[in-house]
Design a protein around this ligand. Structure first.
Ligand code: NAD
Length: 297
């Protein structure tokens, strides 16, 4: 069934996601604070929304892809009262679990329905419609959103109630951040012991040290030719995004009183690393910081 979608936030991710919805036959009214983002999306078939409130008032579904929780909550405060009762609000941004739950509550209180549906797969996945969605909310809301999510991605998992999609995303990325640091430390330790990168890779990638950080996104050049290390750490998954996601995980760890020392430490290390390299470097570039910090010891 073709739907009318108001799509808010047409940046690196939202622009191509909105374009893929139009390719699947949906009517997409796009809105962004930055006119250039609207123009680029329009070239890909997205209808510029004359005004945000008009677009929301005719939409069956409102999808948002915004930088942070404050943007999503601000948007919901602005538009919840202008949507038709029962409109489905799908937030695909990566935001705090607490903010996601608040967004659900506000939507429900205004007579709307809501789903949190953050993604993994990056800009490449957004362009190729191969994103993975992790959704939180009711079964009916997930079932209704599913055809739209599948037009923008290749996988959609219903993770549970409100906020469960965000929870799954930050837990997964906490595993990834910690494991990338572990793999990087092992390579630097191997270097100091005279062990070649290839030898460590050949052993660990087929043994109990195997993980995505090693066998797909290997932080040293050579063993996995497609990993960012082979192109001077051009992303890939930018360090700034890993720092953001680990920051959200660290908030949840503290709020929940969870004993997660490695997750908290990974958040600290990535915050410092990302301050230096921002979005210019893949998160696997942290191996260079570890090597740098090891000199002379
Ligand atoms: P981006 O900065 O490129 O895009 C965000 C867009 O939102 C911008 O164009 C901005 O102008 C617009 N915007 C901000 N406030 C707005 C408002 N109130 N109304 C309308 N438009 C508004 O960011 P992005 O890389 O597209 O990321 C978007 C979200 O996706 C973030 O939450 C990010 O963490 C998540 N994410 C990004 C990636 C990635 O690789 N870039 C991967 C997974 C998840």
């Amino acid at each position: 069934m073709n739907r009318t979608v108001a799509f808010v936030g047409l940046g690196h991710m939202g622009g191509p996601m909105a374009a893929n919805l139009t390719k699947a036959g949906h009517r997409v009214l796009g809105h962004d604070l930055v006119p250039a983002a609207v123009e680029t999306a329009a070239e890909a078939g997205v209808e510029p929304a004359g005004s945000l409130t008009e677009a929301v008032s005719v939409a069956d579904v409102v999808i948002s892809m915004l930088p942070a929780g404050r943007h999503v909550l601000g948007l919901y405060d602005d538009i919840l009262n202008t949507a038709r009762p029962g409109t489905l609000f799908v937030d695909c941004s990566t935001i705090d679990v607490t903010d996601a739950r608040t967004a659900h509550e506000r939507a429900l209180a205004a007579g709307m329905r809501a789903l949190d549906a953050p993604v993994s797969g990056g800009v490449v996945g957004a362009e190729a419609a191969t994103l993975a969605f992790m959704a939180g909310g009711g079964e009916d809301e997930f079932a209704e959103a599913r055809p739209l999510l599948e037009a923008m991605g290749k996988k959609a998992v219903h993770c549970g109630g409100p906020g469960a999609g965000q929870a799954a995303k930050i837990c997964n990325n906490m595993i990834l951040g910690v494991s990338m640091i572990a793999v990087s430390e092992a390579f630097v330790l191997g270097e100091s012991l005279g062990l070649s990168h290839q030898a460590l890779y050949d052993v660990a990638s087929t043994a109990s040290g195997q993980c995505w950080a090693l066998s797909v996104n290997c932080p040293v050049p050579g063993p996995v030719p497609t990993s960012p290390a082979n192109r001077d750490y051009r992303p890939g998954f930018a360090a700034s995004l890993m720092a953001k996601d680990l920051g959200l995980a660290a908030n949840a760890v503290r709020e929940g009183g969870v004993h997660a020392e490695l997750g908290l430490r990974a958040a600290e290390l990535y915050a410092v690393f990302a301050e230096g390299v921002g979005d210019s470097e893949d998160f696997s570039g942290i191996v260079r910081t570890i090597r740098e910090g090891s000199r002379g010891t």
